[in-house]
Design a protein around this ligand. Structure first.
Ligand SMILES: [Zn+2]
Length: 141
């Protein structure tokens, strides 16, 4: 189905109508079955819908940078919370996580650090749950 905006050349009425195809529109017009719903005139033409690409482009450019800043500040808040409540273990993360899990090391605090995707997968297979969080380096700001 195609929706056309139709324009009556006689009275200036603009109305929408549905057609199964553009061919159907031409066919109905030829056999004089398309007429104005106000003045019954047969002088009906398809009006060209104005493209809205330029408008959308502006919107698309505005939203992301605003969104990114919002998300960044959320991450920053979260980072501060983690820094205050968790112990930083850096690249020893998977080692430390295992130590805590198997009870070799007693830690009241949770830990955070960096780990590769492979490390995380291996830890998960051993039943050690980890959370992957986005992290913004301080120097980025
Ligand atoms: Zn009309």
């Amino acid at each position: 189905m195609i929706k056309y905006r139709l324009n009556c050349k006689s009275c200036g009425n603009i109305f929408d109508s549905w057609f199964s195809s553009s061919k159907e529109f031409e066919k109905l017009k030829k056999i004089k079955l398309i007429n104005c719903n106000i003045c019954n005139s047969l002088k009906i033409e398809k009006s060209i819908m104005s493209p809205r690409i330029s408008q959308n482009k502006t919107i698309n450019e505005e939203i992301p940078s605003k969104k990114i800043n919002e998300v960044k500040s959320k991450i920053k808040e979260f980072q501060t919370y983690i820094k205050n409540n968790f112990e930083y273990v850096g690249k020893n993360f998977s080692y430390q996580a295992r130590s805590i899990h198997y009870g070799n090391q007693k830690s009241k605090k949770g830990i955070y650090g960096s780990a590769t995707k492979k490390d995380i997968k291996e830890l998960k297979e051993e039943g050690i749950e980890t959370s992957v969080i986005p992290w913004i380096q301080d120097k980025e700001n």
